[in-house]
Design a protein around this ligand. Structure first.
Ligand code: ACO
Length: 339
């Protein structure tokens, strides 16, 4: 089995900023309410000519540049998203064309906000099994396109963005240590975009514009999230054979600062070891974890040999946690250069 790890990480966010103060002008809400309930201060909004594929392509190009990896060396592209440009084709095919990865297979993963955790676990398994050498895993969403802007309990929470990692072989002892995926479809109705597919296709009776927007039972999702975020991270850490004291950095899905704090508490990790950027971007769904990881790396918060725990949750309901021993990249690069 090949040791798989993250060779590089990068991100892209649209330029346009929508602050809580801007939302106060459109909605019966307040900066104070949004900050105190969620920690969010602002979010990014894709411009009219940006889509999930276009912002995902930028993040993908940036990560390849960081890793100094030509696009034709990528074997597989996995895009996690719940806001594809269209039902068909897959976003990953558009990204493949956008970066010119002429030797890559491509497919999408849709499991809402846990998408990146699932795609990352899947991408890792391709490398460990030897079925691929280099896998590009992208999390991208334009959540602002599926908001009901009259639903103040939901639309204030989300924003747009993309993040990408390149997976490949790392030195022994480094890389992925464990993963834990889970789901509970009994909670499917708590987070749903009902229209536009098989159950309620275009032209169905009683279909309204709201059926094409995200409908969320916030209280139920909150209850679920505080439970699974901590529990799945604990289970993954246990599988990895590490304790909470061994964890150097915890990167949870950035949905709500209160959920993040309670997950950290359950995991027994102090907030100094938790990376939080939800105040700047809101919930960017599949982009949230790679965007946070990318900013953490840029800020020098991750160093060789650090134990990093990533955990996501969301619609499905579903969740996923992964534990990495960060680094082990330069050793393999030296070996490849010498060969
Ligand atoms: N501004 C002002 N008041 C508001 C707003 C708002 N934006 N939104 C709701 N309220 C009001 C409600 O109407 C309610 O008023 P009422 O008491 O008069 O009825 C009051 O505030 C309290 O509402 P609650 O829903 O109880 O507020 P709560 O403290 O639960 O916070 C929130 C709501 C922030 C949505 C919280 O439940 C939450 O974060 N849930 C998790 C959501 C989440 O993480 N979703 C992402 C899932 S990932 C994926 O797959 C997409």
């Amino acid at each position: 089995m090949t040791n798989v790890g993250i060779l590089a990480v990068s991100h892209y966010v649209p330029e346009k900023i929508l602050t809580n103060k801007d939302l106060e002008k459109k909605l019966d809400t307040s900066d104070e309410w949004i900050r105190s309930r969620t920690g969010i201060e602002e979010r990014r909004v894709a411009s009219d000519d940006e889509t999930t594929a276009s912002i995902g392509t930028v993040a993908a190009s940036r990560v390849l540049e960081k890793a100094n990896c030509p696009a034709d060396q990528v074997d597989l592209i996995i895009v996690a998203t719940m806001t594809p440009d269209s039902v068909l084709p897959a976003v990953s095919c558009r990204v493949q064309a956008g970066i010119g990865a002429k030797n890559a297979g491509a497919f999408d993963v849709n499991i809402a906000c846990s998408g990146f955790a699932y795609a990352l676990a899947l991408g890792c398994s391709y490398v460990t099994s030897g079925m691929a050498n280099k896998v590009l895993v992208i999390g991208a969403d334009v959540m602002t396109r599926v908001m009901d802007w009259s639903d103040r309990g939901t639309c204030v929470l989300f924003g747009d963005g993309a993040g990408a990692v390149l997976l490949g072989e790392v030195a022994e002892g480094y890389g992925l240590l464990a993963q834990e995926l889970g789901s509970d479809g009994r909670g499917a109705e708590h987070l749903v975009i009902p229209g536009g597919a098989g159950a309620k296709p275009m032209g169905s009776k009683h279909l309204t514009d709201k059926d094409f927007t995200l409908q969320m039972n916030g209280r139920e999702v909150f209850r679920f999230a505080v439970q699974v975020m901590g529990n799945s991270a604990v289970a993954a850490a246990k599988k990895a054979g590490i304790t909470s004291e061994d964890i150097d950095l915890f990167i949870p899905h950035q949905a709500n600062s209160r959920i993040i704090e309670s997950a950290a508490k359950r995991l027994g990790v102090p907030m100094e070891k938790v990376f939080v950027n939800v105040h700047n971007y809101g919930n960017t769904s599949c982009a949230s974890i790679p965007l946070a990881l990318s900013e953490a790396v840029e800020a020098g918060r991750v160093k060789e040999g650090d134990k990093v725990v990533l955990v996501g949750f969301g619609g499905g309901l579903a969740w996923g946690a992964l534990v990495f021993n960060w680094g082990g990249v330069s050793e393999i690069r030296k070996k490849a250069d010498a060969a």
